[in-house]
Design a protein around this ligand. Structure first.
Ligand code: ADP
Ligand code: MG
Length: 565
């Protein structure tokens, strides 16, 4: 009980820090059970991990607030943010190292399933990290008493009981998220790959902030008549906006008119966003993949031959391997890997593409004969990808009109407003022939799934651990994820590290493909919760947020020791 915890704290006050280890265990409070799962070794070590479990009859959230996956994620997210707010309002505790820090892993602008909070019929459980207070290396017992006996009960009282929360706001969270998931589930049926609501705010505060730009000059999104579609959402009712159809869509327009901003909003539209973000109803098919050039990355036996052939020195491009890819080979590999794992929409921006991968105009075709050029440019494959593989493309292209021939929708951005210029572009394409030869062949792109080998996933040296949002330490190696743009949360990166460890010990059997292996993990997660991939399953699992299959595969593909059959 909590009295027992108090006694323990009295006893270890002023002792060496290691005596804190005695606290590990569980304690019953009036309204919750406290689990002290892991105690840090010293005040500078990563903080201690605890869980606070409130029985549902005490928390009192009605079942309808979490009775489907969308609602459950929304309520969990809401409570996590509430805990965060209460923590922020607590008085600081001074001391050495992380003394007195209390932390919960709240997300950013996206709402993603995360391990910080679990809500079910039995209980509400928050997973916190705490820097146990110390002066030097001595235990600050009275500080610890404040945290456990004063602050934690306050956190529970103010943020985990329905009666203390703004129920209207909870419903706003729950219903908005449900509407987002619903809209996403309707896209295919309507022949769309993305939707951008009228009134959406797309630009962000800055290049390093994902918050909405707050500025008198922000232009809210306004759909062109010809592309305007309507949806009937379960909670919000009718919503209108621009529907981007399946097929090949170009976003054109002058520099600085908002092309990349639109594409970036669409690429994040695979996730749901918090109310107030401005992109709540920018919704993209869930498996969309941003494709970009990424020179320097490693490639492991990827069949890039649909795009690249006849490299110097007779390099085999059907099992292309390199430690140092070029712009075009990396971009080709990124596409093939996306197809291998499954995607229905590719997103490309001229700003981050290799020019020679995207275009090859008539004059260049004259000067450099096809047999001297290994690359079949994307322009000659993009229609085929849709026709044969059912994969649509949205492409930002302000620099070349050659793509008019292959696009079935052309959107022009002008002063941050979209215009449908498809007819005009088609007319121009008829009047001004490009005179280029179509390259490549008509053979459909068929990808043979690769089968990972065990030896490439052995961890040598230190553990698997994420260093920051874009880097996973994997033994002595580092997996660089800077250019995996749809990875949006540090805790997703954490989870990817755990997932790789999990599959290596469980599912890499040298018979299953990458996709088959990952599907098994996601089935486990679906059945047992995200905690299942943690090495601390059953306790505080660490700070995890659910990544997409696409990003987990991206991490494997960038692991330098990764090998396939
Ligand atoms: P492009 O790709 O067409 O060159 P960007 O999308 O990079 O243009 O946008 C240029 C600038 O305009 C960016 O700083 C962006 O934040 C800002 N911006 C984009 N959309 C809007 C908007 N709707 N309202 C106000 N500013 C915007
Ligand atoms: Mg741009």
């Amino acid at each position: 009980t909590k009295e027992y915890l108090k006694k323990k704290l009295d006893k270890i006050d002023g002792k060496g820090y290691k005596a804190y280890k005695d606290l590990e265990g569980e304690y019953e409070f009036e309204k919750f059970i406290l689990y002290i799962d892991h105690v840090q070794g010293d005040p500078f070590a990563p903080p201690s991990r605890i869980r606070v479990k409130v029985p549902q009859n005490m928390a009192d959230f009605e079942f309808s607030m979490y009775n489907n996956p969308s609602r459950q994620v929304a309520l969990e997210d809401f409570l996590t943010r509430s805990v965060f707010e209460v923590i922020k309002s607590l008085p600081p505790l001074k001391g050495t190292g992380h003394s007195g820090d209390i932390y919960i892993d709240k997300g950013g602008q996206q709402i993603i399933k995360r391990s910080a909070m679990v809500v079910n019929k039995e209980y509400v459980e928050a997973r916190l990290s705490i820097g146990l207070p110390a002066f030097g290396r001595r235990i600050n017992g009275s500080g610890a008493q404040r945290i456990f006996l004063e602050f934690l009960p306050q956190i529970v009282e103010k943020s985990l009981l329905k009666k203390s929360l703004n129920v209207q706001e909870i419903w706003l969270w729950v219903e908005t998220l449900e509407d987002q998931d619903y809209l996403r589930s309707q896209l295919k049926e309507r022949g769309l790959v993305a939707f951008v609501a009228d009134g959406a705010i797309l630009p962000r505060e800055s290049g390093i902030s994902d918050r909405p730009l707050k500025d008198g000059n922000v232009v809210p999104f306004e759909s062109p008549n010809s592309l305007r579609v309507k949806f009937q959402l379960p909670n919000r009712g009718e919503i209108t906006g621009m529907g981007i159809p399946e097929g090949v869509t170009l976003i054109v327009g002058g520099g600085y008119h908002g092309k990349s901003t639109l594409l970036q909003a669409i690429q994040k539209g695979v996730y749901n966003h918090i109310p107030g973000d401005g992109r709540e109803f920018v919704i993209t098919v869930a498996d969309a993949v941003k494709i970009r050039a990424e020179d320097g990355r490693r490639i492991e036996k990827v069949d890039i031959s649909p795009f690249i052939n006849n490299l110097p020195n007779n390099v085999d491009t059907t099992r292309f391997t390199t430690e140092n890819a070029s712009g075009s080979t990396s971009q080709a590999a990124n596409i093939i890997e996306a197809i291998e794992i499954g995607t229905s929409l590719l997103l490309l921006d001229e700003d981050t593409s290799a020019t020679n991968f995207m275009i090859r105009d008539a004059r260049m075709q004259k000067l450099i004969a096809k047999k001297e050029e290994p690359i079949t440019p994307f322009i000659d494959r993009v229609k085929q990808l849709y026709k044969d593989n059912g994969i649509s493309t949205i492409l930002v292209m302000g620099g070349s009109g050659d793509y008019f021939d292959v696009a079935n929708c052309v959107i022009k951005m002008h002063n941050y407003r979209p215009y449908d210029v498809t007819q005009e572009a088609k007319k121009i394409a008829k009047e001004f022939k490009t005179n280029r030869e179509v390259e490549g062949n008509n053979e459909p792109i068929v990808i043979k799934p690769r089968i990972p080998l065990k030896k490439g996933l052995e961890v040598k040296g230190k553990k698997i651990k994420s260093k920051d949002e874009d880097t996973i330490r994997f033994g002595y190696q580092e997996i660089e994820l800077d250019y995996v743009e749809q990875l949006v949360d540090k805790s997703q990166t954490n989870a990817i590290g755990e997932i790789i460890r999990y599959i290596a010990s469980k599912y890499v059997d040298e018979k299953s493909s990458i996709k088959e292996i990952l599907e098994k993990v996601y089935k486990d997660i679906y059945e047992k919760g995200l905690d299942v991939v943690s090495s601390f399953y059953g306790k505080h699992p660490g700070n995890l947020a659910l990544p997409r299959l696409q990003e987990v595969a991206a991490a494997l593909n960038r692991l330098r020791s990764f090998t396939v059959k």
